[in-house]
Ligand binder design. Structure first.
Ligand code: ADP
Ligand code: MG
Ligand code: MG
Length: 199
């Protein structure tokens, strides 16, 4: 498949809608093991992102991804703003001057995005963060099995955070009290992949 500017635009608009629809759920997950603002952070950030996309109308995938990343970094105060921001900025660098991405190109972009998140946040799979959903999803993308399989892997990764103790972020202060709750960032990451599969 080819991923056009229009496809990427729809992906981001879908993410904005999903984060708004799941705002209360994401805040509740974050209230259980953090400070209760993850849904509000992402809804605010992606609302700003969609406003900017409509105003600036970026002309290439790289320009779109860069605008998303810059806007998230400047408009989301929490840990997730710089982390998701870096994801999109690093993906933008790999997109280069391509006018549309093919399957391998999309996989490389998202792989670079994940590497950026891990460079910044130093989280590994198993630390109960967004990386637990993103990592299995991005790995399977490299095998060209389709976006629905990647979304499925992200959902499994999200669910796998439930029994984990957190080693990064606010939830790491809770020790064993974090057990039994899905990580909010892993949950938002799985929504992002749901949108990639069905924008
Ligand atoms: P804050 O914790 O600053 O309020 P958010 O609530 O928006 O920020 O985001 C919390 C989410 O960020 C967590 O659920 C986790 O998935 C993710 N996160 C926090 N720290 C890290 C990190 N070092 N690496 C990867 N993800 C992280
Ligand atoms: Mg929070
Ligand atoms: Mg916060």
């Amino acid at each position: 498949m080819k991923y056009s500017l229009n496809f990427l635009n729809q992906w981001i608009v879908c993410a904005e809608q999903q984060f708004k629809a799941h705002l209360a759920e994401l805040n509740a997950l974050d209230a259980a093991i953090g400070d209760g603002d993850h849904g509000s952070n992402l809804a605010r950030g992606f609302t700003k992102v969609v406003e900017k996309l409509q105003a600036d109308k970026p002309a290439t995938p790289a320009a779109l991804l860069k605008l998303v990343g810059m806007t998230l970094i400047s408009s989301v105060g929490g840990a997730s703003g710089p982390l998701y921001g870096t994801f999109f900025l690093e993906a933008a660098k790999v997109a280069g001057d391509q006018l549309q991405l093919d399957d391998a190109g999309l996989a490389l972009c998202l792989q670079a995005g994940l590497a950026g998140i891990q460079r910044l946040g130093k989280a590994e799979p198993g630390d109960k963060t967004m990386v637990d959903a993103l990592s299995p999803a991005v790995s399977v993308l490299n095998k060209q099995v389709g976006l629905e399989m990647a979304a499925q892997k992200a959902r499994e990764g999200r669910d796998a955070t439930i029994p984990m103790i957190a080693h990064k972020g606010r939830a790491s202060y809770l020790g064993e009290r974090a057990i039994g709750h899905a990580d909010p960032g892993a949950t938002s990451a799985s929504l992002l992949f749901d949108c990639l599969a069905k924008p």
